[in-house]
Every structure is written in structure tokens, then in C-alpha cells.
Design a protein around this ligand. Sequence first.
Ligand code: NAD
Length: 488
Amino acid sequence: MDGSERIDIGGVSVPCGHLIGGRRVGSPDGYEVITPIDGSPLGHIPAGGPAEAAAAVAAATATFPAWAALGPDGRGEILDRFADAIGERMADFQRVDTHDHGALAAGRPHHGMPRTAWNVKFFSDRARGLHHDTIDGDVVDNSVRYDPSGVSALIVPWNAPLMLGTWKIGPALAAGNTVVVKPPEFAPFSLSLLGEVAQEAGLPDGVLNVLHGTGASAGDALVRDPRVSRISFTGSPATARVIGAAAAANLTPVSFELGGKSPFVICADADLASAARTVAVQFMNAGQVCLAGTRLLVEESIVDELLPLVLAAVDELVVGDPRRPETRVGPLIHPSHFAKVQGLVERAVADGARVLCGGGPHPDGGLYFQPTILADVDQRSEIVQTEVFGPVLTLQTWRTEDELISLANDTIYGLAATLFSGDADRAERISSQLVAGTVWVNCFYVRDLAAPFGGSRASGIGREGGTWSFDFFCDVKNIATRRGTFAS
Ligand code: NAD
């Protein structure tokens, strides 16, 4: 592949090459990407390796001084145009997302500006106010600066590449860093298109580079490059361990957003109808959502009342082609992932789990799996302890809050938790004891970009969002000036 290739995805023309220093570049080899809609080939992407990774980092390194020198206001003008351009192309991005990872055509939440564009605009605005922190000490005046740190390597998974990619690209660029982003191999096209939209919006060449390829080749070479000053990774804990080891050689700071096995707690005093509807929401993106509350922990006294409401809400979910407006549960990403999900469910059932709904592949075939809820599961079992990353929930009950807390916190993860209760004191008491980066109370999936986001334990290192993103991407510097040494 020479890098100039384009493919048509649902009527949108998408560039396939790497974007390095403003030019589309190829690789000697490429690989085929399929669409999970029907498993058919979507197109080819160049399989980048050490040479392309080195070239992308070189381009980002060369452009860094000029980009950093623009300052937050200069960069902000360009980034605002970039955010607007993303917003204008949202329908195109949506079509690409639907084909390359099965995102619902009808499903993307909009909070005013589409979230992908808002990821850029929010941090561009925030960066403009960053350089003014002062702390008056006894002897000195402290002036805190957020200096750009250099080249950021950004690595994202396939379940929401554009949203998760811009969640890193936005703050990294606003901070004054230049970027090499590596799209996921199963779903590389929306970030490939994003590179072109950035160019059209006037982002200088080399500020945003897109490096395609597998994690083991392109990704590995990128994170090992000593010129990289920050690594921000979203994906599985297993990959994070490999990246962490590579980063250790250069003492490169890492930010990790990893997997989850989050509890969804329903108390007897909750609004059960609302809780049941929110349980059904856990099947969005076919359950391929890190934050999903996959372990239903229901107060025993209301389980018989709640269960019919939950099953009715799940029954309404239409499974099928994500292009259809009525669809609520689309496909799993790839045959290999489908086999993993199916294997976990089959082993759980063989171990004695009771199928409350679903339980296997959808009768229409393809990569579609039925929304599944399993009861009679042991806390130590594989299905309770392992992230399935598919449309599969387990149901357990509890009698006392102590029992609840011990069940809820008994996995290696700590990404999120969802809690439904009608009692504010109880909600506060339980929330404060849950190990989780985010606890949603009587809601789910609401994300304020100013709030910290991340996971505890095996769910991550560090927090993104608000100032936390800048704390990571910047070299935070304190200038401590002795009082009275300058004429005022
Ligand atoms: P993954 O870890 O297999 O891959 C993620 C990315 O890392 C891909 O782009 C891949 O190419 C790259 N990669 C793989 N090996 C690499 C290496 N050695 N060096 C550098 N890069 C490498 O994860 P996945 O299967 O794509 O995504 C699913 C996982 O992501 C789940 O565990 C899910 O919970 C997690 N996730 C977490 C969040 C969050 O915000 N916490 C969000 C979405 C997904």
C-alpha cells in the first residue's frame, strides 16, 4: 500500500494511509478490516511497524517547538476550528463508526455539541485559563505553569475509537503537545478520517499524526520510542502491563484507562422502574462498554418485584443491524471476540448458572449475541470475576449493606459503579465504600468533562478530565520568586 488509497464507507470517502508530517504514507504490508455488521471486508489498512512509528514520532518531535510556542490562545484558535469541523462532519463520522465497529446509527448521545467535538473544544477552552495559578507563600510567590511536555503517544481500543481518541487528543493538543495516535486495528477508519478533518481545519503538519498497525508492531514501537514524553492508553489490563514495562525503560509517564467489572446496585428503596430501564441500557454497544454495570447486585427483598421489570425492559431491545434506527443492540466486533463471549457464557451455564434471558448467539446469526442475564452464579466464578465485554450481566442478591460492599468490591477492578436508592444517606454511605473511579447514583453514563474519570486497582492509573488531563500531559512547574526582590 502506498498510503494514497481511499475507501468508501457508507458513502463517506476515508483515507487509509498513515498520516505522518501532513502526508499520507503507506507500508509494505497491509491487513484487511471487516465490518461487524455482516463480517464482510471493509477495506485495507497499512500495517505500520517500527519504521513508520519512528517517522511519526520524528514528525511530531520536529513540529513540537512551534506548536508549543503558539501558546494556549494561538492553539485555541486552531483547535476551535478543529472542533467545529468535527461537528460539521458528525454524520460522516457516525456512518464510519457504524461500519467499522458497529456503533448504532441512532445511538450517539448529544450534549449540545457532539461529544467528539466537545472533547476538543472543552480542553481548548480550559487550556486558556491554565497559566494563572498563584500561591502566596510566607517568603515566596509561587506561580504555577503548565508547560507542554513534548510528544504524546495515544493508544485507543476499538469499542469507541473516535470518542476515546479525541478524549486524549483534545487535552494533549491543548496542552501544547504534539501527538501520534494509534487507532485500533479492528476499527481504524474514524481516526484515519479525523486526521484529514484536522488538516482541513488548519492544524499544522505533524501536530496530529495517525499511525496504523497492530499493537504488537506499530503500538509497541511507538511506546518504546524514547522521544515520547507521555503515553496515554485505553484498553485491557493485559496490554497495559506490556506497555507499562516498555515505558519503564524510558521512565515515560503513563495514563491507563482499563477494563471493568462494575457493580450495579439496586436497593429496596429505589425507583424500581427507573432502575430496570437503566439495567437495559447496560447492553448498549452490545455490552462492549468498559463502564457497564455488569454485575447486578439486588437487595433480596425486591428481586421478585424487580426481575419482571428488568426482563420486560430487556425484551424491548431490538438486536440487529446497527444501521436500522430501531436497533438497540448491534454486533460484537469480531469473530474472535464473539467466540470469547460465547465461551464465557457456555462455561458459566455448564457451571450451573441459570439463564434468565438470552444465553447465546442471536438466531439470525452473524456476530449478534442475545442480551443475556445469568443468575445462580458464584462470586468466585469466572463469569463474575472476568470482564466479558459483551451483552452479558450476572444477577446476585444481598441482605445487608456489609454483604453488598463485600460482593461489590470483590474483583480486581475498580472502574465504576451504579447505585439506585431512594435514600440519600444510604446512597452516600454505600457510595463512599465502593472502590470505583466513578459512582453513578440514580443515573448512568453521565459524563461531565470537568470531572475526574478513571479507575482504581486493575482499572487504571491516573485520572482524565478537567485539570487531571493537564496534570498528566503537562510538565507542571512552580516558579517560586522571593518577595521584594523586584521593584513593583
Ligand atoms: P487491547 O488492550 O487489546 O488494545 C487496545 C489498543 O492497544 C489497541 O489499539 C491495540 O492495537 C493496542 N496495543 C495492543 N498491544 C500493544 C502493545 N504491546 N503496545 C502498544 N499498543 C498495543 O484492548 P481492546 O480489546 O482493543 O479493548 C477492550 C478493552 O479496553 C477492555 O478491557 C475495555 O474495558 C477497555 N476499555 C477501557 C475504557 C476506559 O475508559 N477505562 C474504555 C474503553 C475500553
